[in-house]
Design a protein around this ligand. Structure first.
Ligand code: HEM
Ligand code: HEM
Ligand code: SF4
Ligand code: SF4
Length: 395
């Protein structure tokens, strides 16, 4: 249903509120349900994952729905969407859906159709060779990476999202099309610590960070609400000041600033992006579900890796290493956070061969609770090194 220009007239810039339609909300999802989903809504009995990317849901009426899940790049052209629509028209009576992790799901009502659909999907490639619709993302594997705008659209990023995601998924493709891990591994990316999306609650998260304080532009008094910039700072590093010619400005105590970039979000006169300073922090151990253990925040495990465009080799290698060690060591159903907490974070660092540095020790307000207030710990190579450096220990 297109908007009728005849019925309501064309947009008239002279009378912008005339014929204005507003507050109509989203279309009701029921309109877009395949008939079999409408019919069996609320009556599903059980489901199975038949193979990676392919599920069947069985209803109490006996009806079955087969779902084929494909990776989506999230950032798509209208042409990509039209191709998805063509596939949906051909196999699924025009119905299709997108998941909470931006995968694409095609649903059909018989297994014969699954085979044809699968063949068709896997035959579609970009001229560069990448699969347009790789099938997978179910069960205990690595599904799509929840990610953000990066340099494609945002003005506050410290890294890029789409290119990093492509580099990581290329390397982890076998985990997307397979279900070989102890449990789901959710990876997400945010290009600044606004953390749009899921980095604070993912098994592995990549986060763009700055390492230098913002620069104060002389024009600040004409383009910023200075009190907003001052109150934006989580560590109180900004105070009001005066320029030499008597105009209002701010002073930034550089030794206090931890480069969050919040003040730049509030005030365009405080740019912070820096080619060499900016990079990627790695977090691990978060989860959203309540399965067995409660939801967890992810924790910083690597303070900084370089923005090595376009393929981020250091980031990709770190992610791969963590997943490989986790795959080899964790028990069935253990998420990365469950595993790290069971073996102890000191063992996590040792096994993943990650150096532990002072950057990883919390120093923000409620930090105390993150320190060890117990004598329960395991000796690791790194701990022995500290003891040796302190002296009095013989090998
Ligand atoms: C009480 C009902 C449900 C619960 C408690 C539930 C819970 C969950 C949880 C916890 C996850 C994430 C798993 C993880 O990351 O560990 C998930 C993923 C998902 N759920 Fe549900 N779910 C429910 C119903 C449904 C229904 C009815 C549908 C579809 C008709 C659905 C479709 C999905 C999909 C597609 C994903 C994965 C998205 C992706 O990875 O791309 N869920 N669900
Ligand atoms: C009653 C309220 C909510 C319910 C039932 C709910 C349920 C879910 C479920 C089932 C998923 C899928 C998990 C997965 O695919 O792994 C999900 C994902 C997500 N939700 Fe919510 N959610 C709720 C509220 C919120 C709120 C308030 C926020 C943000 C402040 C939020 C942010 C997210 C994000 C960022 C994801 C993607 C993370 C991921 O897929 O790993 N949700 N939510
Ligand atoms: S995470 Fe930050 S940089 Fe990335 S889209 Fe969100 S606000 Fe913009
Ligand atoms: S970047 Fe963050 S910490 Fe630094 S001055 Fe701005 S708001 Fe404060």
């Amino acid at each position: 249903m297109a908007l009728s220009q005849e019925r309501l007239g064309k947009y008239n810039p002279e009378k912008p509120t005339e014929n204005r339609i507003t507050d109509i909300g989203p279309r009701h999802f029921w309109e877009f349900f395949p008939p079999v989903i409408q019919k069996n809504y609320g009556k599903w009995l059980y489901h199975d994952i038949l193979e990676p990317g392919i599920m069947v849901h069985v209803s109490e009426t006996g009806d079955k729905v087969f779902t084929v899940r494909c990776g989506g790049s999230r950032f798509m052209t209208a042409e990509n969407i039209r191709e998805i629509c063509d596939i949906a028209d051909k196999y699924c009576d025009g119905y299709v859906r997108f998941t909470t992790r931006n995968n694409i799901e095609f649903m059909v009502t018989s297994y014969e159709k699954v085979e044809a659909l699968k063949k068709d999907l896997l035959s579609r490639k970009y001229i560069s060779g990448s699969y347009k619709f790789p099938i997978g993302g179910t069960g205990a594997g690595v599904t799509n990476i929840v990610h953000t705008q990066g340099y494609i659209h945002c003005h506050t990023p410290a890294t890029d999202a789409s290119s990093m995601v492509k580099a990581i998924m290329d390397e982890l493709m076998d985990y997307f099309t397979g279900m070989t891990l102890p449990a789901h591994v959710r990876i997400s990316v945010a290009c600044c610590l606004n953390m749009c999306g899921a980095v604070h609650c993912s098994d592995i998260a990549l986060l763009g960070i700055h390492r230098k304080p913002p620069i104060v532009d002389d024009n600040i008094d004409s383009i910023c609400e200075i009190p907003l910039a001052i109150t934006a700072c989580p560590v109180g590093a900004i105070s009001p000041g005066k320029t030499e010619d008597g105009r209002k400005t701010v002073k930034i105590k550089e030794e206090r600033c931890m480069f969050c970039g919040n003040c730049y979000t509030m005030c365009p006169a405080l740019p912070i992006a820096d080619k060499l300073g900016d990079g990627v922090a790695v977090l691990a151990g978060g989860k959203i579900s309540n399965r067995i253990s409660e939801p967890k925040f992810s924790k910083v495990i690597v303070p900084w890796l370089p923005n090595n465009f376009p393929r981020f080799p250091e980031v990709v290698a770190t992610v791969k290493k963590i997943i490989e060690v986790y795959a080899a060591e964790a028990r069935k159903y253990e998420r990365i956070g469950d595993w790290a907490e069971r073996i102890g974070w000191e063992k996590f660092f040792e096994k993943c061969e990650l150096p532990f540095t002072e950057h990883l020790i919390d120093d923000y307000r409620l930090a105390y609770d993150t320190y060890r207030t117990s004598t329960q710990f395991k000796f690791t190579g790194a701990a022995w090194e500290v003891s040796r450096a302190a002296g009095g220990i013989d090998d």
